[in-house]
Design a protein around this ligand. Structure first.
Ligand SMILES: Nc1nc2c(ncn2[C@@H]2O[C@H](COP(=O)(O)OP(=O)(O)OP(=O)(O)O)[C@@H](O)[C@H]2O)c(=O)[nH]1
Ligand SMILES: [Mg+2]
Ligand SMILES: [Zn+2]
Length: 320
C-alpha cells in the first residue's frame, strides 16, 4: 500500500495510507541502514507500506522525491532533509521577541530558492510593534526598526511578505489562503510563533506552544519533531522545530547567485564569465551595489554564504 509519512518519533513513522487510515510503521532493515548513512525517511515522503495481520506495519521502500527542503545538519558535515515533496517554503520570523535576524532569514530564503520552492515570508507578532511604521516613517533606512527595514527590503525584492498576529488576527486570512493549497512547510527560529499561527488558522489543532525564556527572550524549542498537518481547507502544512542557526547545504557559488533574485538584473553586466562578484573588475553586481540598487546587507549575506561553502563534497569522508 502507498502512503505518506506525517510524522516520526523514535523510529516510528506515523503514516497516512492512501486509503485514509493512519498507521505507525517501522522501517524495514535495509532502510534503517540508509538512515544511518544520512538519507532519512522524512515527513512528506511517499512510501510503500506492508501491513501484517498482527497490525504491525513496515515501510518497505521510499519513492523518489519531487522536492525536498535540505539544510546543513548539526556540525555542518552532513545534509539534513527537513521535509519531502513540499510545494512551498514559508519562512516565519517575528517582528520582535525574538528580533528578526537578517542573515538567518536570507539563509532560509536561499534554501527555498535553491530547492525551487518560491518562499513566502511571514513577519509574525506584528501586534508587538508600533503599527504603520513602514509607511509613516520615510526617514533614512537606519532609523527604521529592524522589522520595518526587512519588510521594505524583502517586498522590494519581490517576495510575497505577510504581516501577521496570532493575537489580533491580523494577516491570518491571507496566511490561511497561502496554506490551503498544496503542501507548505513552516521554517524559522524557535519562539517566533509557527505552532501558534497554525493553531490560530485551524482552532482545535492543539499544537504545543511555549513561552519565551525570560532571560534571553529566545524560544525554548517547544516543537521537537516535524509533523504534517492536514488543513480543513485543503492544504497540508509541516510544522517544524525552530532553530537558532541554519546552514545552506550543497549550493555552490555558481548556484548561490541565482538564489538572490535582487542580483538577477545585473548578472549579465559582469565582464568575466563565472564572475563571483566578490573581487573581479567590471562586475555588474558590484556596480549595482555602488549605485545602491542592491542592498549592502543582502550582499553581505551572499558573501558569507560563498565563504562558508556548500559543505563537504559528495563522497568526502564524514569524519567524526
Ligand atoms: N504577541 C504575540 N505573541 C505570539 C504571537 N504568536 C505567537 N506568540 C507567542 O510566542 C511564543 C512562542 O510561540 P510558539 O508557537 O511556541 O513558537 P514556535 O515558532 O512554534 O517555536 P518552536 O516550536 O520552539 O520552534 C508563545 O508564547 C506564543 O503565545 C503573536 O502573533 N503575537
Ligand atoms: Mg512550535
Ligand atoms: Zn560580477
Amino acid at each position: 500500500m502507498k502512503g505518506t509519512v506525517y510524522g516520526s518519533q523514535g523510529g516510528v513513522y506515523l503514516t497516512r495510507l492512501d486509503s485514509g487510515e493512519f498507521c505507525d510503521a517501522s522501517l524495514r532493515g535495509r532502510l534503517k541502514q540508509e538512515v544511518r548513512t544520512g538519507d532519512r525517511v522524512v515527513i512528506g515522503d511517499r512510501v510503500e507500506v506492508a501491513t501484517r495481520k498482527d497490525g504491525t506495519a513496515t515501510i518497505e521502500s521510499v519513492h523518489d522525491r519531487r522536492s525536498q527542503i535540505i539544510r546543513k545538519g548539526p556540525g555542518g558535515r552532513r545534509p539534513k532533509v527537513v521535509a519531502a515533496n513540499v510545494d512551498r517554503l514559508v519562512v516565519v520570523a517575528s517582528a520582535t521577541r525574538p528580533e528578526p535576524r537578517q542573515l538567518l532569514l536570507d539563509r532560509l530564503l536561499v534554501i527555498g530558492e535553491s530547492n525551487d520552492l518560491d518562499p513566502v515570508l511571514v513577519m509574525n507578532k506584528i501586534d508587538l510593534v508600533a503599527s504603520g511604521s513602514p509607511e509613516v516613517s520615510q526617514g533614512p533606512e537606519a532609523e527604521l526598526p529592524i522589522h520595518s527595514r526587512l519588510l521594505r527590503l524583502y517586498r522590494g525584492i519581490g517576495y510575497h511578505v505577510l504581516e501577521t498576529s496570532a493575537l489580533t488576527g491580523e494577516g491570518m486570512s491571507e496566511l490561511e489562503s497561502v496554506l490551503c493549497s498544496g503542501t507548505s512547510a513552516l521554517l524559522g527560529p524557535s519562539g517566533v510563533g509557527k505552532s501558534t499561527l497554525l493553531n490560530t488558522v485551524q482552532p482545535g489543532l492543539g499544537l504545543r506552544t511555549g513561552e519565551l525564556s525570560h532571560k534571553k527572550g529566545r524560544g525554548r524549542h517547544t516543537t521537537v519533531s516535524a509533523r504534517l498537518i492536514p488543513m480543513e481547507c485543503g492544504g497540508l502544512v509541516a510544522d517544524t522545530p525552530g532553530f537558532s542557526d541554519v546552514g545552506v547545504w550543497g549550493v555552490d557559488q555558481r548556484d548561490l547567485e541565482g538564489c538572490f533574485p535582487d542580483f538577477h538584473p545585473f548578472r549579465g553586466e559582469c565582464q568575466f564569465r563565472g564572475c563571483t562578484h566578490l573581487h573581479e573588475p567590471n562586475c555588474g553586481v558590484q556596480a549595482a551595489l555602488a549605485r545602491a540598487e542592491i542592498d549592502p546587507s543582502r550582499f553581505e549575506s551572499y558573501r558569507s554564504l560563498v565563504q562558508e561553502g556548500p559543505g563537504p563534497s559528495p563522497g568526502a569522508p564524514h569524519g567524526s
